[in-house]
Each structure stands twice: as structure tokens, then as C-alpha cells.
Ligand binder design. Structure first.
Ligand code: NAD
Length: 469
């Protein structure tokens, strides 16, 4: 027997009882999540500091404030989102009621990664609760202090009949995935995403895959270098580069590289002081395996800034690499560490061609004071999200969908999009049982003469196109 079969059956029974459907229940659980964030804030700060030396300021901003913002936005709008959406009708159904009911899926599984271990578990959970689901939550075993905190304390805030935390390494997670869930929301690497999707396919379970990849950052010749350097350095070195939407590499001309290097050096010193190892504002790599992998990437190209490492504390200095070739290891995988390679290109067209020759990224950044350049990059490329003249900031908006495309993921969430992700848009047509004569034309024995009438009553017509426009 599967070790989690009992748990999943228990949650499904609770879901079938209809307990999670009323708005009051959803609001109460969301408010309980808010209390968890308030009351356990200090524990979250300590656990994330133990796991990867996360600066408290970064935790406040990227874990707690983002969850709080999602919670408030959801609580402010839930009543509207839950409403049936009435739709246009044809002639035949004029007297009926036709609408989309936002139905919960049932029992959903949320699997989180270690890099933002609270945010990337709770933000999907907010959507799952808001949509009326029961949920199994699996934190990453790599951020083990947060895993322990979530497993020990979160269940005390939520309804145990409907929500459970499962701690699992790879082997146990594999067994967990053998169960039939009604939806799986996964955040992690593309390789594990494939495993999750394969397991989901066995039960035809729908999935959202929030994955990673290499996010390009094109810096045109026409921009304020000082501001570019600060915004790129902040996005790259926040959480020691362990951010799925961090700019992974810079594309720019050789002339821009010459201007950007001193500006980046200045920004790094301004942010982290002359020795970033002593800075309280710079995080560490999460574990030894990840440290070894990221450190090995320092051998690509030449180190222009930084490059220092310390194995014991898993420290890798904010680093900029130059003379990087396309086939260097640093350009073969998502860096997920504090290393920024600069690749020189001859023109904007070359940068666009470079981007389009690779997997579609989760985020794409362009810096230019020329709107035409920004629009051209936006028009001629494809990515999960896009941000001009800054990094990461697009994902602070609950009004924008967040998700990847192609290799960087499948599906979207945040704000209303989270609610929609965890809701099945169930189509409903409620007809009356009388007025049977109106149905006569569609029944056999078929009469060809009735066809024009039926078609007129059911078929959608092409709207007339205005000749002036
Ligand atoms: P990962 O894929 O190694 O692990 C993610 C989760 O999957 C963890 O909970 C882990 O325990 C679980 N897992 C691992 N192997 C499994 C298996 N065989 N079966 C079932 N579950 C398994 O990812 P990670 O190292 O935790 O996170 C880093 C990756 O996540 C990066 O690629 C990053 O870009 C991506 N990421 C994406 C987003 C996003 O929003 N798109 C956010 C953060 C991180």
C-alpha cells in the first residue's frame, strides 16, 4: 500500500463533504494563513538564515511581504472571483441560465523548491484555498530548517481535515506522486518537472509547472549605465543569485561592456561593501552540492569582478565573468548563483537572434532609454514574463500572471490567476423542463426544412466588418 494513500483518501472525503466550498470557510483558512505569517515571522527569519544565510530584509520582501500581498489581494477580491460568470446565449437558450461555475478541483498537491521556501509554498496554497480545494503541501527537503518549521507549525493553523504537510526526499516524493491528485502545482527544475508531469499523466491529472532556465538581459548602448548596473546587480545577487527570475546573463556590445564593468563594480561595492563576505546583506549557497556546482561555473571565461569562494560557509562572491563563449559550461545551464556572465553581441538584432536560438526563458529583460528598442525586443522574442529597464519587479504585481513558457514552465498564477489555476471553469446550462414545443425542430424524424430555423437559432454569425476601418 502507498504510504500516503490514507491521507489522500481522508482529504478527498473532506472535500466531497463540501466543507471547503463556502466563502466563509475559505476566508477563515486564508486568515489563519495570515496569522501563521504574523506569529511565525521570527521563526521564518531564523530558519531561512540557517538554511542559506538569507538577509532578513530579503526575507521580509520576498517571502513575507509577497505572501501578505497575495493574501490581502485574494481576501479583497474573493467574493467577486467566486461569482458565477454569466455568458452570452443563443436564441434557443434565451430563456435559460448559462454560466461558468468556478469549481474547485478537489485534492491538490503543491510541491515547492528551496530558494524561496515560504513564498513558493504559500502563494500557490493561497490560490488552492481560495478556490475551495483541499491540499497536500510538500516543502523542499533541501531548505531543511524551513521544511521543519512548516511541517511542525503550519498544520496548527489550518483545518487538518483538509490540509496536510508531507515532508519527503526524492524517494518518498516519488511514492507521493503515485497517488491520484486532482491537480498538481510544481515549482522546481525542468528535469524534475518532467518527472512530475509523467507521474501526473498516469492519472490524467492537470499540472502547473513553474520551472527555471536562463533569463537573458539585453543592455542596449542607449541607457543610463549607472542605473542599469544597480538594477542588474540587485536582481542577480539578491538571495545570492538563487532566484528563478534573476537575470542569468547580460548581452551587450563590447563598448557597453567597457562602461558596464566599472558601474557594476561600483554597484556591488555600494551594496555589499569592499568585502561582500562580511556583508549582512548577502546570502549563501543553500548546500554543499549546489556550492560545488556553482563554483565550477567560475571556470568559464575570465573573472572581471569577484570570483572569491569559501567552501566552509558556502560563500561565492558577487562575480562578473567576461570573454564567455556560448559553449562554456556557464552558458549551458541555469546558473542559480551569484555569477553574471557578459556575452558581447554586435547589435540588437544579434541579441534577439541569440535569445531566440535558445529555450524560451521565464523572464526576459531589456535596458534601453529608446522605446523602439524595448518594443522590438518585446515583439520579436518570447518568454514567460518581460520587464524593461529593471529586473524581477514585474513579479511584484499581483495583477500580472506569473509563469513560464516552453522549457520554463506551463501555466500561470498570482492574484486572480492563482484562483483560476486552482478552479475548474465548469460550464453550466440550466434549462426549464416545460415549453417542449420549442424543442420539436431538433428531434427526429429530421425534416430538412427545419434546418435553416435551427441553424439561425444556434449558430454564431460572423460580425459585419466595418469597411471604413
Ligand atoms: P528541484 O526540481 O530539485 O526540486 C523541487 C521540488 O521537487 C522539491 O520539493 C524536491 O523535493 C522535489 N523533487 C525532487 N526530485 C523529485 C522527484 N524525483 N519526484 C518528486 N519530487 C521531487 O528544484 P530546486 O533545486 O528545489 O529549485 C531550483 C529550481 O527551481 C531552479 O531550476 C529554479 O529556476 C526553479 N524555480 C522556479 C521557480 C518559478 O517560479 N518558475 C521558482 C523557484 C525556483
Amino acid at each position: 500500500m502507498n504510504p500516503h494513500e490514507g491521507l489522500v483518501s481522508r482529504l478527498r472525503a473532506a472535500w466531497l463533504s463540501g466543507k471547503t466550498r463556502p466563502m466563509e470557510y475559505r476566508v477563515a483558512q486564508l486568515e489563519a494563513l495570515g496569522r501563521f505569517l504574523d506569529e511565525k515571522k521570527q521563526d521564518i527569519l531564523e530558519a531561512t538564515a540557517l538554511d542559506m544565510g538569507k538577509p532578513p530584509f530579503e526575507v521580509e520582501l520576498s517571502e513575507i511581504s509577497i505572501c501578505r500581498s497575495e493574501l490581502n489581494h485574494t481576501l479583497n477580491n474573493l467574493g467577486t472571483w467566486m461569482k458565477d460568470e454569466h455568458v452570452q446565449k443563443n436564441w434557443v437558450t434565451q430563456l435559460d441560465s448559462a454560466f461558468i461555475r468556478k469549481d474547485p478541483y478537489g485534492v491538490v498537491l503543491i510541491i515547492g523548491p528551496w530558494n524561496y521556501p515560504i513564498n513558493l509554498l504559500l502563494v500557490p496554497l493561497i490560490g488552492a484555498i481560495a478556490a475551495g480545494n483541499c491540499a497536500v503541501i510538500k516543502p523542499s527537503e533541501i531548505s531543511r530548517n524551513v521544511e521543519r518549521l512548516v511541517a511542525e507549525t503550519l498544520p496548527k493553523y489550518l483545518d487538518k481535515d483538509c490540509f496536510a504537510v508531507v515532508t519527503a526526499g526524492v524517494e518518498e516524493a516519488t511514492r507521493l506522486l503515485e497517488n491520484k491528485f486532482d491537480y498538481i502545482f510544481f515549482t522546481g527544475s525542468p528535469s524534475v518537472g518532467r518527472i512530475v508531469m509523467t507521474a501526473a499523466a498516469k492519472h490524467l491529472t492537470p499540472v502547473t509547472l513553474e520551472l527555471g532556465g536562463k533569463n537573458p538581459c539585453y543592455v542596449s548602448d542607449n541607457c543610463n549605465v549607472h542605473n542599469v548596473a544597480r538594477r542588474v546587480a540587485w536582481g542577480r545577487f539578491f538571495n545570492a543569485g538563487q532566484t528563478c527570475v534573476a537575470p542569468d546573463y547580460v548581452l551587450c556590445s563590447l563598448e557597453m561592456q567597457e562602461k558596464l564593468l566599472p558601474a557594476l563594480r561600483e554597484a556591488i561595492t555600494e551594496f555589499y561593501g569592499p568585502n561582500p563576505q562580511e556583508s549582512p546583506n548577502f546570502a549563501r549557497i543553500v548546500g554543499d552540492k549546489h556550492f560545488q556546482r556553482v563554483r565550477a561555473l567560475l571556470n568559464s571565461g575570465n573573472v572581471a569582478i569577484g570570483g572569491q569562494t569559501d567552501t566552509e560557509t558556502r560563500y561565492i562572491a558577487p562575480t562578473v565573468l567576461v570573454d564567455v563563449q556560448q559553449d562554456d559550461p556557464v552558458m549551458q545551464e541555469e546558473i542559480f548563483g551569484p555569477i553574471l556572465p557578459i556575452i558581447t553581441v554586435a547589435s540588437m538584432d544579434d541579441a534577439i537572434a541569440f535569445i531566440n536560438a535558445r529555450e524560451r526563458p521565464l523572464a526576459l529583460y531589456v535596458f534601453s532609454s529608446c522605446k523602439k528598442v524595448v518594443n522590438q525586443v518585446l515583439e520579436q522574442t518570447s518568454s514567460g514574463g518581460f520587464c524593461a529597464n529593471d529586473t524581477i519587479m514585474h513579479m511584484t504585481l499581483t495583477s500580472l500572471p506569473f509563469g513560464g513558457i516552453g522549457q520554463s514552465g506551463l501555466g500561470r498564477y498570482h492574484g486572480r490567476f492563482s484562483f483560476e489555476t486552482f478552479s475548474h471553469p465548469r460550464s453550466a446550462l440550466l434549462r426549464g423542463i416545460g415549453r417542449e414545443a420549442l424543442n420539436d425542430p431538433r428531434y427526429p424524424p429530421y425534416a430538412a426544412r427545419r434546418l435553416p430555423l435551427l441553424r439561425a437559432a444556434t449558430e454564431t454569425k460572423r460580425r459585419a466588418v466595418c469597411a471604413i476601418l
